[in-house]
Design a protein around this ligand. Structure first.
Ligand code: GLY
Ligand code: MN
Ligand code: MN
Length: 445
């Protein structure tokens, strides 16, 4: 159980599934992320590599997992930092060799300092070597070094891996399909994220700084147990809402403007990813209502197509069609519907896709297309995705009535697909105009 009283994923069962896929001819080497220096003696807040954490639940830096199916001395091998009382006094506790072996339920655990001497032996007589290719020049070079060392014994009749395979594909396909425990964890991540947005809506006042609103939201994330943000929070007042990844957050929130907030908490390694756009003074103006209602309608149309068996591209197409109809009604686009869709003439106002897979990474892994034809893959139960249409009218933009210039709106929810349709994980934060206005006025739950 985690400190939020959440269930722990069964990482051992995940490793067993992967071992079966790798088969006895293969071997997998998977390192965790590296600690990164920020400046002098300061490091960036450490976050384990998602694939590594998915398979081990181990959150320390300087660790490597090896899966060698059928290996006589154990097929699941972890390398990690040994206990070191002095370092632990400075940098924090370590599980150590024995602790990590028990914690991760691996067959063998060695010191990370033994990696170079042990690893070449683990490659002997394996035909296929799986590892995350291109993760970094250092790691790529080390893998080649270990392989060269295994090859040096080939004169004694010992085989070495001739085939190199990117492990990211296998992990991507596993991680794309979430189970019931992951559903609970992602429900928690979206729930905490929603609580932050609700609090932020209530605290918003004209004259406040964007970073002050950011602090209110992130305060709730942390207080509710988020160890990290899922990504840097975007808090854009007025025209700043038209900058898709605006993270500066240093401007004043002006009376009469909207504020676009895209912020999510990370809980138990899983990301929430929610966007809401609300009026700084608590009341939508007429032009803001026009555009907001249009984006909301396009989101509803998109969500209605998130169903098992439908191609993953359908929900983007559904959102775009509604946006295009609205842009024509508002006379912002004057060409025919088909021409607008064919030539993507809406792109000056809607330049991103309507969503992405969501999981341990905010832009999560898993292929969107498949097969030799590379067609869009059908949605299946257990997939999690965002639905996030928007409209962005920069100041002075051609063909845009003045009343709409400087308006940037995005509405983003997190959906867990079940056989009966999607569960909206982020439903805890309102998005209807009346609900938002009521919450900002002190009502709504
Ligand atoms: N927060 C990044 C995204 O919505 O894709
Ligand atoms: Mn998103
Ligand atoms: Mn987002």
């Amino acid at each position: 159980m985690s400190d939020l009283d959440l269930p722990c994923p069964d990482t051992l069962a995940r490793r067993h599934r992967l071992l079966a896929q790798i088969g006895e001819k293969g071997v997998l080497i998977l390192p965790t992320a590296r600690e990164q220096i920020r400046n002098r003696d300061v490091t960036y807040l450490f976050r384990p590599d998602s694939d590594f954490f998915y398979l081990t639940g181990f959150a320390e830096p300087e660790a490597v997992l090896v899966l060698a199916p059928g290996h006589a001395e154990g097929e699941q091998i972890l390398f990690c930092r040994p206990r070191d009382p002095e370092r632990e006094t400075w940098d924090g506790r370590r599980a150590g060799i024995e602790g990590a072996k028990e914690l991760c339920q691996v067959d063998q655990c060695y010191s990370i300092h033994e990696l170079d001497s042990i690893l070449p032996k683990l490659l002997e007589n394996r035909e296929v070597l799986l590892y995350p290719m291109g993760l970094g020049a250092d790691f790529d070079a080390r893998v080649q070094l270990w392989r060269n060392q295994a090859r040096a014994h080939s004169r004694q009749g010992i085989g070495y891996p001739m085939e190199l395979v990117d492990s990211s594909y296998f992990l991507g396909e596993m991680r794309l399909h979430k189970d019931a425990v992951e559903q609970q964890l992602m429900r928690a991540a979206a729930g905490v994220s929603a609580a932050g947005h609700r609090h932020g809506m209530r605290q918003t006042r004209p004259g406040m700084m964007e970073y002050q609103l950011q602090a209110e939201i992130e305060y709730v994330f942390q207080r509710q147990g988020a160890a990290r943000l899922a990504y840097s929070s975007i808090v854009g007042g007025g025209v700043n809402g038209c900058i898709l990844h605006y993270v500066e957050n240093r401007a004043v929130l002006q009376d009469g403007d909207l504020v676009l907030v895209d912020a999510g908490a990370e809980i138990a390694g899983y990301a929430g990813d929610i966007t809401r756009t609300w009026p700084v003074n608590g009341r939508f103006s007429g032009p803001q209502r026009d555009i907001y209602s249009l984006v909301l309608a396009s989101q509803a149309a998109a969500i209605a197509t998130v169903q098992v068996g439908r191609p993953v591209s359908d929900y983007h197409d559904a959102a775009v069609e509604i946006l295009v109809d609205g842009l024509r009604e508002l006379k912002i686009l004057r060409e025919g519907r088909e021409e607008i869709l064919d030539k993507q003439l809406y792109r000056p106002f809607y330049m991103h896709r309507t969503g992405h897979w969501l999981g341990m990474d905010v832009h999560d892994v898993g292929a969107y297309r498949q097969g030799t034809e590379q067609t869009w893959r059908p949605l299946a139960a257990g997939m999690v995705l965002t639905v996030e249409p928007g409209l962005y009218f920069a100041p002075g933009q051609d063909g845009v009535p003045e009343a709409y210039q400087g308006i940037g709106i995005r509405i983003e929810d997190d959906l867990f697909l079940t056989p009966d349709g999607p569960e909206i994980l982020s439903a805890g934060v309102p998005k209807e105009i009346e609900e938002i206005e009521s919450l900002m006025a002190g009502g709504w739950g």
